[in-house]
Design a protein around this ligand. Sequence first.
Ligand code: T4K
Length: 369
Amino acid sequence: MSDKAVFVTQPYLPQLEEFIPYLQDIWDSKILTNGGPMHRQLEQALADYLGVEHVALFNNGTIALLTALQALRITGEVITTPYSFVATAHSLLWNGINPVFVDIDPDTLNLDPAKIEAAITPNTTAIMPVHCYGNPCDVEAIQRIADNYNLRVIYDAAHAFAVEDKGGSILRHGDLSVLSFHATKVFNTFEGGAIICPDAKTKQRIDRLKNFGFVDEVTVVAPGINGKMSEVNAAFGLLQLQHIDKAIARRREIDHHYRDQLNCVKGIQTINGTGQSKANYSYFPILVETDYPLTRNGLYQRLKDNNIFARRYFYPLISEFPMYRGMASAACENLPTASMISEKVICLPIHPALEQDDLEKIVQIIKTS
Ligand code: T4K
């Protein structure tokens, strides 16, 4: 059994030699950014792989979220989940929009559609749900509410690369979906992200917004930002795409091993999928219940003492951070399920390079604590 550090995730990296020809092409062309050939190829390759119409690449998921909100001219209040990475709500605040936190469903850990309507006010313009851990939201219920109240829906799909439901890509739902290709994600371009757009016109607006608002050399139509993905990142994405099925297959094995081994451990609850026909196994969250011999933090520390660096995603809740906690919707009483889950959760290591003996070691620690 190795004593090396084991992290919650590690990026999938193909052999370095495989990347050299891509770099050579970039060196030859001297096109380093601004929508070059690698960028164009990756947008098309991702659209094909994911089964979606239009992909607009970004330099990271957070700028993509900011731009998605700008693209749809969202203002006022947006309903969102407190159980996510801070970037979800930060993207609203950066746009001068007030996040309104709504509690999550205890089974899916996603925004609870039954609680959304009560949070709608005349200022509400949109809903920003998160497919947390790659588990799909109740997209139909959310769309029904959006249609009834004339709201836009922007999915933070940072965790949901390649996830599908019965009808195809989960990313086709809502008005826009936003992906992250950060180093810690299932599919990574070191840093990166994308907006999945339903039509060419929306993609054109988004492409302009991510390039300062330029239409041509002398025309600027919007106060855009620099959200462009560089050619090196795009090239890495093209290479990564060749390995992605293998990487997801290894994640699947790890997920199944954890489930087999941990389902019978008293006080440990695993989270089931939420109706996806294709999962990406991006995270492996467990809930540490009161009948487990250790507290959640006790188990987290026990793993750490053994060089296993699991993470408490998502603790604290976004609504507990100082810039949010004064908001009425951030009150703990408004978010009982999210508060409870964030006190119980640990995400165990899951990534393609996780070795079998490290996996066994993690399982043994949990079983014997
Ligand atoms: N929306 C949601 C729902 C998100 O989860 C995220 C990002 C976003 C939006 C924003 O997308 P981006 O703008 O990031 O594209 C990490 C990631 O930085 C963040 O991208 C991710 N969510 C979040 C859930 O996790 P940290 O602070 O936990 O990362 P860090 O640096 O502690 O990394 C975790 C572990 O991964 C490390 O212990 C070791 C390993 N690691 C990490 C990096 C960066 C590596 O092995 N290599 C690496 O290069 O936030």
